[in-house]
Design a protein around this ligand. Structure first.
Ligand SMILES: *Cc1c(COP(=O)(O)O)cnc(C)c1O
Length: 402
């Protein structure tokens, strides 16, 4: 999209979301890019066909699996939001996790992952990476510089990060992690799904940034999509070649839906962030609550690092209840909620609540809580209605606890 209207770093997110990834004059003045579906791309002659084959790393008309204008518009937009140079769209958020792991790790390598990592990423490391001869060690997400340096080995190729952890919300000291990793010649991969653009990964030393576009960019709980963003030609080539070699592809319809979602993401995020803060404040002052795990809440775990490195927050956080409440009582509370759905994923317009306790796998001794923990996603409903709903559900939880 070389002739897209200007969308520059000096503009705020909302302005960029309105202008990035637009088709310019390609589609006769229509505002949005069309959905370009296709496998075969016809070439006018053999010389052009040969030249196309040499452009595998480019946004070029080669073959369907190399993507087309709908993919490229979205790639440009995500790179813009995350402050990177290039982006590769893949089929799911999970594929955005696994593809760069495949790109950077080989037999005999060592990989470090935070104990708080997204479950399916841990599963990939412990199954497929292990089978291919890669050893993964899980580290305390709040590890300090010396602690991380002590875990580095000559064959450590990758330090993976996810900040905050999407179930227990530990905020990681990414600049320190990046400094240690780079001093040992390792790359830093980060799952930035929670931070979206409020954490600018490349300014903090990340080499490759992962997003589940399924969350706020899609925004309507009806699309699965992932992005991998890089900030150097070298990293781009590795990621792009691996995605192509694995046959990674995303439907142009899903890219189009995500482009459409992104146009309103700025206002959705703003509303959802404010509502989540209101609900989090309210919960923190409830007698049933031990703590609210929301990095943007003053006094919450990780708040100082959040304040240093983030410019905003999304609407996903955790609530730890006092130990006098059982796991069953907290599940009763979730079931008593009328406006919160029980379901995985987040970032849509509807609120969700799911049990965290009982669903965590940890091997580095982190993620321990005295009372039951519930994860909440705040949607676009009126926060006053959500708070009233929580109030009656907490009463049900107290009744359950006798
Ligand atoms: C949801 C999620 C993913 C995976 O996204 P899918 O599109 O559901 O595969 C990856 N990382 C984090 C932190 C997530 O929350």
């Amino acid at each position: 999209m070389t002739d897209a209207p200007p969308a520059k770093k000096k503009h705020s997110l909302r302005t960029r979301l309105s202008h990035a990834g637009r088709p310019g004059t390609h589609v006769q003045g229509f505002v949005n890019p069309g959905v370009m579906r296709g496998s075969t791309v016809l070439q006018p002659d053999i010389a052009t066909r040969k030249a196309a084959g040499a452009k595998r790393l480019e946004q070029a008309w080669i073959y369907g699996t190399a993507g087309g204008p709908t993919h490229w518009a979205l790639e440009d937009m995500i790179a813009e939001i995350e402050g990177g140079t290039r982006c590769q769209i893949v089929s799911t958020g999970l594929a955005a996790v696994t593809t760069p792991l495949m790109a950077y790790l080989s037999q005999g390598d060592h990989c470090l992952m935070p104990d708080s990592v997204y479950g399916p990423a841990r599963n990939f490391a412990n199954s497929i990476l292990k089978r291919y001869g890669v050893e993964t060690v899980f580290y305390d997400p709040c590890i300090d510089e010396a602690g991380l340096a002590a875990l580095m080995r000559p064959n450590t190729k990758l330090v993976y990060a996810e900040s905050p952890g999407s179930h227990t919300f530990e905020v990681q000291d990414i600049p320190t992690i990046a400094r240690v990793a780079h001093a040992h010649g390792a790359k830093v991969l980060m799952d930035n799904t929670w931070g979206i653009h409020y954490f600018q990964p490349f300014e903090h030393g990340v080499d490759v940034s992962i997003q589940a576009l399924t969350k706020y960019p899609g925004g309507h709980s009806d699309v699965l999509l992932g992005s991998i963003t890089t900030n150097s030609d070298e990293d781009w080539e590795k990621v792009r070649m691996t995605a192509n070699t694995l046959g990674q592809y995303a439907s142009p319809d899903d890219c189009w839906l995500t482009l459409r979602g992104l146009r309103t993401m700025g206002v959705r995020l703003k509303e959802q962030m404010e509502s989540a803060m209101q609900v989090a404040h309210w919960l923190r002052h409830r007698p049933e609550v031990a703590q609210v795990l929301h990095p943007a809440l003053p006094g919450a775990p990780g708040h100082a690092l959040w304040k240093r490195d983030f410019t905003g927050a999304c609407s996903l956080f955790g609530v730890e209840f006092k130990p006098e409440f059982s796991q069953e009582a907290s599940e009763k509370m979730i079931e008593a909620l009328e406006l919160f759905g029980i379901g995985a994923s987040w970032g849509g317009y509807e609120s969700l609540a799911t049990p965290t306790t009982g669903n965590l796998v940890r091997t580095a001794g982190t993620g321990k809580f005295q009372g039951p923990v519930v994860r909440m996603h705040i949607g676009l409903e009126d926060p006053a209605d959500l708070i009233a709903d929580l109030e009656q559900a907490l009463a049900a939880m107290r009744a359950q606890s006798g």
